[in-house]
Design a protein around this ligand. Structure first.
Ligand code: SAH
Length: 449
């Protein structure tokens, strides 16, 4: 008998969507296995405390197992939960939040509410970025093969905006017709690196190119403007990225049609969004997430609120209506310009914005005499810098509302605020901003009593 082959139920789901099996107590991660399956597995790699296994056979399929609707489910690696029904996905996400807050955060007696679903859970993304590769004779546009930079063609995607696919197809035809060279990452030659589109009230298209000059741009513009899309095209921009880098966007750009931004609406607020600024990708849950953050702030109209990592002022302007004053801090200059413009656009006069790293700027604002009653933080995946947590903790706001796209760093930061500064957390609210992936958004409030 092969000692590497064993049968096990799948007990839980790992961070990358793999199923977790046990072989005599030894943890084995299995790609393609669904929680609740009973599987025959072969261990292919052994580390000291855990290993990796190949799914040989699903002996008894889980009741949560479904056929993935995307033919490229295995090759793409984007939607790692597409083989699991949506209800179970929501449970997995709430559990992920609970596990992080109890194990990493050391919070006991925490109530984690059910994850708020995205309706719809398919074709929800308002932003799509596709890498371009291959050769002039065989243009490839789609996604990178897992753990590589080989571009795989994609014919469809379960979560993209339908307009993004129409744009991609027109773009592909233009490249093929005019023999426009795709970028070759290894040799750092060729032209087109990425095609990116973002939709709000209108749609913008960004062509990321290694070179400043691209031939036949007029023909591309005409082709894009003649498409039958659900919204008008508001801008077409060429972004130049001549560096050898994994970063998608370069510093310089020029407009070939319209503007570098779109307008997007959340509830009754209109936001101007530069293509370089962060904007939540799921419009069906974003308003619910912000409403919850607003509810947790529990504002009466007398408070000064800091909105740190404010992007284009999305949460700041939501809160400004109910606060005395809001101060937003954000590191991307284009986003801060948008934030200031967005305040004007919505006739909001009690919001101020500062550009810089929150951990550097915040203590200066406090030294200048500002004191927040409520602090909202919404950092990127790496969470908050400890210097910032210290500045907040010493200021002693009554309440800290933490919006997070990575519950591990949320749990780490909340633990620091709890152990060093006495902040307590009673409940957490997961939101499914990213259906079919393992990513989960959560909002919590930390209070002094
Ligand atoms: N609250 C906004 C943006 C959240 S995303 C929204 O919901 O739309 C996180 C934001 O933090 C991004 O805009 C990113 O540019 C910004 N950021 C990243 N590191 C930062 C730092 N050290 N200080 C301030 N902002 C930062």
């Amino acid at each position: 008998m092969n000692p590497n082959i064993f049968t096990s139920p799948i007990y839980s789901v790992a961070e990358d969507g793999s199923g977790v099996a046990k072989c005599d107590g030894y943890t084995v991660f299995v790609k393609g296995a669904v929680i609740g399956d009973v599987c025959k597995i072969e261990i292919t790699k052994r580390n000291k405390t855990y290993g990796f296994g190949k799914l040989l056979e699903v002996i008894t399929p889980s009741q949560s197992r479904i056929t993935p609707i995307c033919p490229q489910f295995e090759g793409c690696g984007g939607c790692t939960l597409l083989h699991t029904d949506y209800e179970t996905q929501l449970k997995i996400k709430a559990e992920t939040v609970y596990n992080a807050l109890t194990r990493i955060g050391n919070f006991e007696d925490i109530i984690v509410h059910s994850a708020t679903p995205s309706v719809p859970d398919l074709h929800y993304r308002n932003k799509s970025q596709y890498p371009v590769g291959g050769s002039c004779a065989n243009v490839k546009i789609g996604f990178y093969a897992p753990r590589s930079h080989n571009v795989i063609n994609s014919d469809s995607c379960a979560i993209e905006n339908p307009d993004a696919r129409i744009i991609l197809n027109a773009f592909r035809s233009w490249m093929e017709k005019y023999k426009v060279a795709p970028y070759n990452e290894e040799k750092h030659t060729g032209t087109i690196r990425h095609i990116y589109s973002r939709a709000g009230e209108s749609i913008m298209v960004v062509v990321v190119s290694r070179t400043r000059e691209i031939e036949h741009l007029d023909e591309l513009k005409e082709a894009l403007l003649s498409l039958d899309l659900s919204k008008p095209i508001g801008g077409i921009v060429v972004n130049i990225n001549s560096q050898k880098t994994n970063t998608i966007l370069g510093k310089y750009d020029y407009v070939i049609y319209g503007e570098k931004f779109i307008y997007a609406k959340i509830e009754d607020i209109t936001y101007k969004v530069n293509y370089k600024s962060f904007f939540q990708v799921n419009p069906y849950t974003t308003n619910l997430l912000y409403k919850k953050a607003m509810e947790l702030c529990n504002l009466t109209g007398n408070e000064t609120v800091f909105d740190l990592y404010c992007g284009i002022g999305t949460i700041s302007l939501f809160l400004a209506k109910a606060a005395k004053k809001v101060i937003g801090v954000e590191i991307v200059p284009e986003a801060i310009e948008d934030a200031r413009e967005n305040a004007r656009l919505n006739n909001i006069t009690n919001a101020e914005f500062y550009c810089g790293a929150a951990e550097d700027v915040c203590s200066g604002i406090i030294k200048a005499g500002e004191k927040a009653d409520v602090v909202v933080v919404d950092p990127p995946r790496k969470g908050c810098d400890e210097k910032l947590l210290d500045a907040i903790g010493k200021m002693k706001p009554e309440k800290i509302v933490y919006v997070s796209c990575n519950v591990s760093t949320l749990a780490r930061d909340a633990r620091i605020l709890h152990e060093k500064y006495g902040y307590k957390m009673k409940e957490a609210f997961p939101f499914d901003q990213f259906p079919h992936s393992m990513h989960v958004e959560a909002v919590v409030s930390l209070t002094l009593n």
